[in-house]
Design a protein around this ligand. Structure first.
Ligand code: UDX
Length: 452
């Protein structure tokens, strides 16, 4: 049986380790954060991800999953070592690889036999080659040998466990037959399930990850720009997306207009590929346009709120209820969430802001330090709406669907509803009670006649 090590217990590392342990591999996960490791050993997940804690408990009980802060232990106990540490964006948009290099140095230091080192984190094109060069250099004169492979992760937050159990594809970049065979053993379950596999070289594998995320970001920015235009010309963006999606070549996915994409991947990866392009003398105009359109989308959403609610040219005296802080539902992740910038802008225009999110509030309170003292955190969407002039739905949490609208509207001061996720375009009950403004269609809302 192949022993697996995972360095880094963020979204990717933790979910990947837990899923491989559920297939019966002995998996050791390592992280430098002692508190996190202590809690993981008690089966407490540091992130909210459906199905993850169940896998942690199962792995800990069966003894197939363990957590450590010791790099030596994880390196020496593993045949295949996945590098799954963070590669955050630096100020200039390039990827910060300092955590990657820390673990690569530890691998070089503690290595005790043949191993396959797998870059699982999203790493700029050329990183796997550099890791291989570094390790070859540091192992020179010893009898030890490594192979390096790139194996990007395509899981989505909120669906991380189900995506890992049934991925759309497995991409493996390596020229080494030995590494390929070992990785085929690790992914035997996926091979049996007929998940498509692609074997390629390091650089192509690394690029596939950036290309996929950038392409999806382009798709979202494209539909968001058309949504803005639709509002002006009387078209409905959802019908446009449906009509476009009927063409297999386009596909209906990732054509949901909204307040702009966020999260830990699209904003970071689009910047990073533009940076890789520049360093190689290629300007990636399409990706740059997607980034610019995404910034514009957030600004336009604020302008729309202002147009409807402003009184004397500002939002002073207006109270706005924000429903949803997380960048998407079923996650507590607030990284690059469009809600952050929109709240900031509303405050700067004089509005009072109340917020509620089913999962995102704990991290918002911790991380939005400057913003937190200026907004009011509420315990439910109903409490958040009380005495507000408008609700701005930022994240499409299912629980918002079942709200009792009449009760809510009676506690409010106004009755405006900005549906940034087009959750209720088909729901006549919501539109019966609210002045309703979706994204990408002008036919529902009507302007306030006077300040309330
Ligand atoms: C993404 C990729 O989907 C995944 O394959 C990769 O491994 C990591 O990055 P994730 O960031 O978890 O996953 O979320 P995703 O569901 O892709 O959504 C990203 C952002 O785009 C969210 O803010 C979401 O609200 C937005 N989005 C998505 C839209 O605005 N419209 C859409 O049609 C789809």
């Amino acid at each position: 049986m192949v022993n697996v090590g995972v360095m880094g217990t963020g979204y990717v590392g933790l979910v990947h380790g837990a899923v491989l342990s559920s297939y019966g591999f002995r998996v050791t996960c390592m992280d430098v954060d002692e508190h996190k490791i202590e809690r993981l050993n008690q089966g407490i997940s540091p992130i909210y991800e459906p199905g993850l804690e169940e896998l942690l408990h199962e792995g800990l009980e069966k003894g197939t999953l363990s957590f450590t802060t010791s790099a030596q232990q994880v390196v020496q106990s593993s045949d295949v070592l996945f590098i799954a540490v963070g590669t955050p964006a630096k100020e200039d948009g390039s990827a910060d690889l300092s955590y990657v290099w820390e673990v690569v140095q530890q691998i070089g230091k503690y290595i005790n036999g043949y191993k396959v080192i797998v870059s699982k984190s999203t790493m700029p094109v050329g990183t796997s080659r550099s890791i291989a060069l570094y390790l070859d250099g540091s192992l020179r004169g010893t009898s030890y040998r490594v192979d390096v492979a790139s194996n990007p992760e395509f899981l989505r937050q909120g669906k991380a466990v189900s995506d890992s159990l049934a991925p759309s594809r497995v991409v493996i970049g390596t020229e080494s037959e030995e590494a390929k065979e070992l990785l085929k053993t690790v992914y035997a379950t996926h091979l049996e399930q007929d998940v498509p596999f692609l074997f390629t070289n390091w650089e192509s594998s690394e690029m596939i990850k950036y290309a996929s995320n950038s392409f999806l970001a382009v798709k979202i920015s494209f539909i968001n720009e058309l949504a803005l235009l639709s509002e002006k010309v009387g078209a409905r963006i959802q019908d446009i997306a449906t009509g476009m999606g009927m063409d297999d070549r386009i596909s209906p996915h990732f054509l949901q207009a909204g307040p702009g994409y966020g999260g830990s991947c699209f904003p970071k990866d689009t910047q990073a590929i533009v940076d890789v392009g520049r360093k190689n003398g290629e300007e990636l105009y399409v990706v740059r346009a997607a980034i610019a359109a995404n910034d514009k989308q957030k600004a336009k959403m604020v302008s729309k709120i202002e147009e409807v609610l402003s009184f004397d040219g500002t939002l002073k005296g207006r109270t706005i209820a924000i429903w949803g802080l997380a960048f998407k539902p079923d996650t507590d992740d607030i990284r690059y969430a469009p809600s952050y910038e929109i709240i900031q802008e509303l405050l700067s225009r004089g509005a009072s802001v109340k917020v509620y999110c089913p999962q995102g509030m704990r991290l918002a309170k911790q991380q939005w330090t400057e913003l937190s003292s200026r907004i009011q955190y509420c315990d439910s969407e109903a409490e958040c709406a009380q005495k507000a002039d408008a609700i701005v739905l930022m994240t499409e949490w299912e629980q918002f669907r079942t709200s009792s609208w009449e009760k809510i509207v009676r506690t409010m001061r106004g009755n405006v509803f900005f549906d940034m996720r087009n959750m209720f375009t088909e729901d006549s009950v919501v539109r019966q009670w609210f002045q309703y403004y979706p994204v990408g269609s002008s036919e529902y809302g009507y302007p306030l006649q006077e300040a309330q």
